[in-house]
Ligand binder design. Structure first.
Ligand SMILES: [Ca+2]
Length: 167
């Protein structure tokens, strides 16, 4: 009983500050935004069953389960195979939100390559603060990766945000 209560409390703590995206969720995917966030945090997500729990798995799982997008409707990662190329392959009903605009919860953020990581990085924005974004992400270079909450500075390494045209 106490264990179940603590588990509920922990789940509530994980999602209490999550802001909803500006989307009509009906007629999209099978999960609501909050259901998705609550299910994924603390879990290793390997949605494509390849290369373990990568950053891209979180984003593709979100696009599929919340926005209802098939794999063919989602941007691919050509030519590098890395997350950095998602931004160059966006098609409707997704669109790119420039870094000069304010990101929104539900946006997917894409970072370019850095030294030691030629593939870039991607994550799902769950809260926006002045100067920072809080995201859900996984580190594909970490073999024990689980989906976690992390704060990143909104600096110039961000290549852009991918949002839904309905948002
Ligand atoms: Ca994977």
């Amino acid at each position: 009983m106490i264990k179940r209560f603590l588990k509920w409390l922990f789940r509530y703590w994980l999602i209490w500050d999550i802001e909803p995206p500006d989307l009509e969720e009906e007629d999209m995917g099978p999960y609501t935004w909050k259901e998705f966030v609550a299910e994924c945090l603390g879990v290793a997500i390997d949605f494509d069953n390849m290369y373990g729990a990568q950053c891209v798995d979180v984003v593709r799982y979100y696009w599929n389960k919340v926005l209802g997008l098939t794999r063919a409707q989602q941007p691919n990662t050509t030519p590098s195979g890395g997350a950095k190329d998602l931004i160059n392959n966006v098609r409707s009903p997704l669109r790119v939100r420039a870094t000069t605009e304010e990101p929104r919860p539900g946006d997917v953020v894409v970072w370019g390559a850095v030294q030691g990581n030629p593939w870039g990085h991607t994550a799902l924005v769950i809260a926006v603060e002045p100067g920072n974004i809080t995201v859900m992400d996984q580190d594909g270079l970490d073999p024990k990766a689980v989906c976690r909450k992390k704060i990143y500075a909104r600096n110039n390494r961000i290549a852009g945000y991918i949002t839904h045209t309905a948002a």
